[in-house]
Design a protein around this ligand. Structure first.
Ligand code: SF4
Length: 456
C-alpha cells in the first residue's frame, strides 16, 4: 500500500484498502474556521438537533483566520458565532481573536491595518497554526473545511479539505465515508540550488500535470530530495497539492518530522502519541515523475491558473503593479527570511505588502536580527508595508477593506497559492504565483525577475 492507503486502512479498521474502495474513516482532528465554521455548525444542528453534542470536545479545532481584520460586520459576527458554539459545547481548542470569552469581535479601522488588533490566543492562518499549536501528527486523519488542509500532509498524515455538509457530519459522528484515492508518485532527487525554493518545486510539478492533473488523487512526495527539504518546505509543497486537484499531498516520516511534531505537541500540551506510516515495497502508483531538484529554476505560474508554468527568466517583459508575500503557503518565517535576503539594503519599486501567517511569525521577524537590524525593520526599510495582523488577508480577496486586496485590475506577483480570476480581489486583476525570493526580486524591478540576479 502507499502512505495514503496505509493511513486510510488503519483509520477504517481494515488490514488493507485499495484505490477506489469506499471506506468509513475515523477522524483524528476536524478543523474549521470563520468562513465555513458557522455553516458547518448550522448543518450539525440541523441534522443532529439543537441540543446535540459534538463527537469529541478535544478533537475539533476552531481557528478564525480568514475575514478577520475588516470592518465588515457580518465577517466580525462569524467570529462571535464560533465563540458562542465553543462555549456551548465546551470545546478545548479555540484560537479566538479576542481574550474576553463573552465578548464581541469588532475590528477598529481607525487604528489602521498595520498595528496588532488581536488577543493572546489568536493563532493566525489555520494551516500554519495547526502544526505550531501541536495538532498535526504522523499517521493521523485530519479533515478541515478548507481546501489547503492538505498542507498537513507534510507531517506524514492524511489531511484533506471537506465541505460544510461533510464537516457537519464529522462534527456529530467523527466519521466520514471516503473513496480511497489513487496515488501519484513524485520522487524528488538532488538538492535545490541557491535562489530556488520549495515553491518552485511544486509549481514545476503542477506545470507537468496541469491544474486538474491530480484530481481526486494522492500526491506522494518522497526520495532523498524530499528528505533534504525542511518542514516548512514540505508544508509549501503539500499545501499546493490541491492546486493540481489533489485529494491530499503526503511526505515520508523522518527525524525532522519527529522533532517538530514532538516539540510542538509538548509545547502546547496536545496529544503526544502517534504512529507514523512507512513505505511498502508493493506500492501501486497511477503516475510516476522523478524531479531532480538541482535542475530546477525559479518558476512562475502565470494568470489565470496554477498550471500556467513558465520560468521567471522568461518573463522579464511582464510589468507588475504590486508584490505580495503572505498566506499559509508563503507567509512562514523561512519565507520571509528568503524574501528579506533579496531585499536587504535595497528599495522596492512597486507597492509591496507583507502579511505573516501567524502571530508567532510576526514575533520571529520582530526579534530575529541580522547584525543590528531585525528582519522586520529590514523589510520596512526596503519599503515593504508589513502588517502585524497575521491572517489570510488578501490571499483570497476578502471584503474591500482587506489589507493588500486588489481593488482595481492590477498585476501582482504573489507568494500565495492560487491565482484563478478574482482570487485576490478585482476580477480583472492578474496574479502570478512565485517563490518569496522571486517575489522579492520582482518587487525591486517592477517586472518579473529571476532572484538569482540578486544573490550575494
Ligand atoms: S492563507 Fe489563503 S490559502 Fe491559506 S487558508 Fe487563508 S485564504 Fe486559504
Amino acid at each position: 500500500m502507499t502512505l495514503t492507503e496505509k493511513i486510510l486502512a488503519r483509520a477504517a479498521g481494515k488490514a488493507r484498502v485499495e484505490a477506489g474502495d469506499n471506506v468509513w474513516v475515523q477522524a483524528d482532528v476536524l478543523m474549521t474556521h470563520d468562513v465555513c465554521g458557522p455553516g458547518t455548525i448550522g448543518v450539525f444542528k440541523r441534522e443532529f438537533g439543537k441540543n446535540a453534542k459534538v463527537w469529541s470536545r478535544d478533537r475539533i479545532v476552531i481557528i478564525p483566520d480568514h475575514y478577520i481584520f475588516t470592518a465588515d460586520s457580518k465577517s466580525n459576527r462569524n467570529v462571535d458565532i464560533l465563540r458562542d458554539f465553543v462555549r456551548e459545547q465546551g470545546l478545548t481548542y479555540f484560537y479566538d481573536v479576542i481574550d474576553e470569552p463573552n465578548g464581541h469581535w469588532v475590528f477598529d479601522p481607525s487604528k489602521g491595518n498595520l498595528k496588532k488588533q488581536f488577543g493572546s490566543r489568536y493563532a493566525g492562518v489555520c494551516h500554519t497554526a495547526l502544526p505550531q499549536k501541536g495538532h498535526t501528527r504522523p499517521g493521523e486523519v485530519l479533515f478541515g473545511t478548507d481546501s489547503h488542509t492538505c498542507m498537513a500532509g507534510a507531517f506524514n498524515e492524511f489531511a484533506t479539505g471537506i465541505g460544510n455538509t461533510d464537516a457537519g457530519f464529522v462534527m456529530g459522528t467523527g466519521k466520514l465515508l471516503l473513496k480511497v484515492p489513487e496515488t501519484m508518485h513524485f520522487r524528488l532527487e538532488g538538492k535545490l540550488q541557491p535562489g530556488v525554493m520549495a515553491k518552485d518545486v511544486i509549481l514545476h510539478c503542477i506545470g507537468e500535470i496541469g491544474f486538474d492533473g491530480a484530481t481526486y488523487r494522492a500526491m506522494q512526495f518522497d526520495g532523498d530530495g524530499a528528505l533534504s527539504l525542511s518542514m516548512d518546505d514540505r508544508m509549501t509543497i503539500a499545501n499546493m497539492a490541491i492546486e493540481a486537484g489533489g485529494k491530499n499531498g503526503i511526505f515520508e516520516f523522518d527525524a525532522q518530522t519527529q522533532a517538530m511534531v514532538d516539540y510542538r505537541c509538548k509545547l502546547n500540551g496536545t496529544k503526544s502519541a502517534y504512529e507514523p506510516v512507512f513505505r511498502d515495497k508493493d506500492e501501486k502508483f497511477v503516475y510516476e515523475l522523478v524531479v531532480d531538484l538541482s535542475k530546477l529554476e525559479p518558476t512562475v505560474a502565470c494568470h489565470p491558473d496554477p498550471g500556467q508554468r513558465k520560468l521567471a527568466r522568461q518573463l522579464g517583459h511582464v510589468k507588475l503593479d504590486r508584490a505580495y508575500i503572505g498566506s499559509c503557503t508563503g507567509g512562514k518565517t523561512s519565507d520571509f527570511l528568503e524574501f528579506a535576503r533579496v531585499l536587504r539594503g535595497k528599495r522596492v519599486a512597486i507597492d509591496t505588502f507583507g502579511v505573516p501567517a501567524t502571530p508567532e511569525i510576526v514575533h520571529d521577524l520582530q526579534t530575529a536580527r541580522w547584525e543590528d537590524k531585525t528582519i522586520w525593520d529590514i523589510l520596512i526599510s526596503a519599503g515593504v508595508q508589513m502588517t502585524e495582523n497575521a491572517g489570510c488577508a488578501a490571499c483570497l480577496g476578502g471584503p474591500v477593506d482587506t489589507f493588500g486586496r486588489m481593488n482595481a485590475p492590477l498585476k501582482c506577483i504573489s507568494a500565495t497559492n492560487r491565482n484563478f480570476p478574482g482570487r485576490m480581489g478585482h476580477k480583472e486583476s492578474q496574479v502570478f504565483l512565485a517563490s518569496p525570493a522571486t517575489v522579492a526580486a520582482s518587487a525591486l524591478t517592477g517586472k518579473i525577475t529571476d532572484p538569482r540576479d540578486y544573490l550575494s
